[in-house]
Write a protein that binds this ligand. Structure first.
Ligand SMILES: Nc1ccn([C@H]2C[C@H](O)[C@@H](COP(=O)(O)OP(=O)(O)OP(=O)(O)O)O2)c(=O)n1
Length: 175
């Protein structure tokens, strides 16, 4: 469910759509921090969905780690939550996400053909995956937010944007 924003000037902009869970969709071309080059490289997706999507800032990954740690402590389930069990539980939940997409053929960005109930089911299953992933990282002593920063830096080095643009130009010349 979503509603149009009617908040004051410090709230979301008039043309921003605010979902009941607090996340926001902005019309593309706004000040969402995506460069022109990035927008161009996302051209295919933008053609499908004219709106950008952003997450709510809270809860943070550390908030999720703490909430799940409280949940397991309260039930005395830590004895079951060793790394291998968490990995298997996470993979099981990935399977449940896959089941939701199974036999549907290609699914368009934004899931326009899905019912509210199907979207909520997907939100549940993706959350299960994230919860187990965060706890797995904790139990393996991986500081996930910092690890993501390091990995993204490596990704940028391995796949320079300039090379990618050259490749696109090259294939355009060949056609
Ligand atoms: N031993 C457990 C069992 C559950 N959970 C938490 C983490 C997950 O977010 C969620 C998983 O619950 P279920 O195993 O009941 O899985 P589903 O909610 O997907 O239910 P179902 O498999 O029946 O669809 O509950 C947990 O931390 N440790």
């Amino acid at each position: 469910m979503m509603e149009k924003s009617g908040e004051d000037s410090r709230g979301p902009k008039d043309d921003m759509v605010v979902f009941s869970n607090g996340c926001r969709e902005e019309p593309s071309g706004g000040d969402g921090g995506v460069s022109e080059a990035e927008s161009r490289s996302q051209g295919a997706a933008a053609a499908v969905s004219p709106q950008k999507f952003t997450f709510s800032p809270k809860p943070s990954i550390e908030d999720i780690r703490r909430m799940q740690a409280d949940f397991t402590d309260e039930r005395d389930w830590n004895k079951f939550h060793q790394p291998r069990n968490l990995l298997l539980a996470m993979v099981g939940e990935v399977g449940e996400v896959a089941e939701l997409f199974q036999w549907r053929g290609e699914v368009a960005e934004g899931l326009p053909d899905w019912t509210e109930s199907e979207r909520e089911q997907l939100a549940h299953e993706l959350s299960d995956v994230l919860i187990y992933l965060v706890e797995l990282a904790e139990k393996c002593r991986v500081d996930l937010p910092q690890a993501v920063l390091r990995k993204m830096a490596l990704n940028r080095l391995k796949y320079p944007a300039s090379k990618s643009q050259d490749a696109r130009l090259g294939s355009a010349v060949q056609q």
